[in-house]
Design a binder for this molecule. Structure first.
Ligand SMILES: Nc1ncnc2c1ncn2[C@@H]1O[C@H](COP(=O)(O)OP(=O)(O)O)[C@@H](O)[C@H]1O
Ligand SMILES: [Mg+2]
Length: 306
């Protein structure tokens, strides 16, 4: 559905987007995760035909970007929630949605139907005649998403839709994004928030000008080791330390009656570690795995580039 091949954008000497090659499948929520300045907005602007590419290629469905004759077709297939909300505050919720329907040349009945549908989906039907200026930030952002969907596009691009929201509004918006699953849209979500990507997305691409990694959250976790198992014992003995060392674990650290080792897969390694300790006469109080694995993977991948 979305496919790029060596897609590149330079601004003078700066390569903002460097040789991206990836695919986003139909109907998936794809997270484009990277720190500020990683090139997320630049990529989305190219894919939405708002700026030109420097080299490489990309297709939205069957249409190649960068060809003037395809731009209108691509724009009718996509919706964009850009990083500034840009609603009309002196218009009501209903008027905002209806106005965008007019811009997209939807018929009266199509507009009526989709405006009502989205306002109900958002829980805003009772507020349809309220001026948007009085809405909370979270409400506005949800309305901006609905507005981007008013012409029934197949693909929805969202550029950091929760970045400027308080935690409660961000949660509302995230839940709304998840509720769009049943609309069977393809969603391309730019975010610098790792937790958000992990909660909402089916697959994640990690960007830092270059594409550093791509996969499901689980696949990314497994691609980079970096977790630790922490075992609290009643008492650590030499026999216990020796039995763990024999397993070939990495970075065994003892701190009083606590032992920490580096692991790549807790499911596979922890049972052996625990049984080695028990066989050596150890009494275990707690076993825990520390560090969000995806966070480790993300930081490693992003730092590697610098
Ligand atoms: N119009 C522009 N002119 C010059 N540099 C730009 C322009 N737009 C973006 N950049 C630069 O390109 C890089 C990527 O920016 P951007 O795509 O906005 O990143 P992100 O959205 O991931 O924060 C940044 O270094 C930014 O300063
Ligand atoms: Mg951006």
């Amino acid at each position: 559905m979305i496919e790029t091949e060596n897609l590149t954008r330079k601004f003078g000497n700066l390569t903002a987007v460097d040789n991206l090659t990836f695919k986003v499948n139909d109907g998936e929520i794809f997270g484009f995760l990277g720190p500020n300045g990683a090139g997320k907005t630049t990529t989305v602007r190219m894919l939405c035909c708002l700026i030109s590419k420097t080299s490489g290629n990309a297709r939205i469905g069957d249409y190649e970007i960068g060809k003037p004759e395809n731009a209108l077709k691509i724009r009718s297939m996509i919706g964009l929630v850009s990083d500034n909300v840009g609603l009309y505050e002196s218009m009501t919720a209903y008027e905002n949605l209806d106005y965008y329907g007019i811009l997209y040349r939807r018929t009266d009945s199509q507009r009526k139907e989709s405006t009502e549908y989205f306002l109900k989906l958002l829980g805003l039907w009772e507020k349809k005649d309220t001026l948007v200026g009085s809405f909370s930030k979270g409400m506005k952002q949800k309305l901006a998403i609905a507005r981007a969907l008013i012409h029934d596009p197949e693909i929805l691009f969202m550029d950091e839709p929760t970045a400027n929201l308080d935690p409660e509004s961000a949660k509302t918006v995230r839940e709304f994004i998840l509720s769009l699953r049943k609309e069977k849209k393809t969603i391309f979500l730019n975010t610098h928030n790792l937790d958000e990507a992990q909660r909402v997305c089916d697959r994640i691409g990690i960007l830092n000008s270059k594409l550093m990694a791509i996969g499901s959250p689980e696949e990314l976790e497994h691609s980079v080791s970096g977790r630790k198992t922490v075992i609290q014992l009643k008492q650590v003995t030499e026999a216990i330390l020796e039995s763990i060392t024999k397993l070939g674990v990495k970075n065994l650290v003892r701190d009083s009656n606590k032992i920490t080792v580096d692991i790549s897969s807790p499911e596979e390694e922890n049972p052996d570690i625990v049984s080695a300790i028990v066989s050596a006469g150890g009494r275990i109080e707690t076993v825990s795995v520390v560090g969000s694995a995806l966070e480790d993977a993300y930081l490693k991948l992003v730092k590697n580039l610098q």
